[in-house]
Design a protein around this ligand. Structure first.
Ligand SMILES: [Zn+2]
Ligand SMILES: [Zn+2]
Ligand SMILES: [Zn+2]
Length: 356
């Protein structure tokens, strides 16, 4: 019998069609690499991107030249424009505003063939450091209510370039998905005076059915009502609403956790395309001014930042589109076991230094 499961945080049901009994090798993910050709993100091609806004560089090498380790540039084809006012308008019953925002690309390494699952902790710490620095900088701009960091890997996941990169979009509106989580977390907190994410962590770590891995600082869980096969979330075990407040030690630990999680996904599913998104608190500074609906005053108590990782193994079709329901052919308990059993060789990384 298929099962309907409701996500404990957002109001979303999924169908877990576990009798389909799909195993990892039943999925034939499209090849992750979107082909070769000239790569504007490779070292030596700095002139082919817009001028960099931030970089980690060795030996004081000049901006927009070689010698960088992580490099952030504006997206050459941005979805939003950085200059201008919001200019809200009503067009009859319709709402409009200017497409103001920032759209940046975080080029994670000069190495074209690098993979998160094979990275060193030091390399990944630098990428996480770049996320943090760009978030802090963009949040100074009070037009931007939300900044989303995300990573598309593979053409089927929306990556148009193979070179390892993440993206950051800062936007003047709190996105719907994030708003749903924020509202649900606030309502739970107002009723119980507990963080709903901490409650999920406590219960999952006690039950152990959906814990892919756990260390001192982080837990990697398959959501009870996973929408997609092999979906996992990384959550800090310490309650924290804001990714940018991570300690140096937690940041190194997150690098290790992210690498190990991605390695398990790569090994189990043969290097599938995937997306991950960072859900951190909205821009607190942008909440000044008159009252409005998307302001959350108890954020520090009720929101809990996390990373959602979704391998792109199935396609969203008419039923999902028409209903907002998802059909997941793999029970999360089962995908957890496959990911736990993936044989991975943990590299020893002698240096655990932090880029700060
Ligand atoms: Zn490249
Ligand atoms: Zn919490
Ligand atoms: Zn989330």
């Amino acid at each position: 019998m298929p099962e309907l499961r409701k996500d404990p945080i957002v109001d979303r049901w999924v169908i877990i069609a576990k009798e389909r009994g799909q195993r990892p090798h039943d999925f034939k993910p499209e090849p992750a690499s979107p082909g070769s050709g000239f790569c504007p993100f490779c070292s030596g091609h700095e002139g082919k991107t817009p001028a960099e806004v931030w970089a980690i560089r060795e030996n004081g090498s000049a901006p927009n030249s070689e010698g960088w380790q992580v490099r952030v540039v504006p997206n050459k084809f941005p979805a939003l424009a950085i200059e201008g006012g919001l200019d809200r308008q009503g067009l009859g019953m319709f709402d409009m505003m200017n497409g103001v925002g920032a759209h940046e690309v975080i080029v994670e390494t000069p190495n074209h063939d690098w993979k998160v699952g094979d990275a060193t902790e030091e390399e990944l710490s630098k990428v996480l450091w770049a996320y943090r620095e760009r978030l802090l900088d963009l949040q100074k701009d009070l037009r931007f209510r939300y900044c989303l960091v995300f990573r598309n890997y593979g053409q089927a996941a929306g990556a148009s370039l193979a070179h390892p990169h993440s993206q950051l979009i800062a936007i003047a509106i709190t996105p719907k998905r994030v708003k749903e989580e924020l509202n649900a977390a606030r309502d739970w907190y107002l009723e119980k005076e507990r963080c709903i994410f901490c409650d999920v962590l406590r219960q999952e770590l006690a039950m152990r059915d959906r814990v892919v891995l756990e260390n001192d600082h982080f837990a990697v869980l398959s959501p009870f009502a996973s929408r997609f096969p092999f979906e996992v979330n990384i959550l800090p075990k310490r309650h924290s609403h804001d990714f940018t407040t991570m300690t140096d030690q937690e940041s190194v630990s997150l690098a290790r956790t992210l690498r190990e999680t991605m390695k398990r996904i790569e090994v189990t599913l043969q290097d599938p395309p995937y997306n991950y998104v960072l859900h951190t608190a909205p821009n607190a500074g942008a909440t000044a001014g008159p009252p409005r609906a998307d302001r959350w005053t108890t954020l520090e108590c009720d929101f809990h930042w996390h990373i959602e990782i979704v391998p792109r193994l199935t396609k969203i079709a008419g039923f999902e589109w028409g209903t907002g329901f998802y059909i997941n052919p793999v029970a999360p308990e089962q995908s957890t076991r496959f990911l736990q059993e993936a044989i991975i060789v943990e590299e020893e990384t002698p240096t655990l230094s932090h880029p700060r």
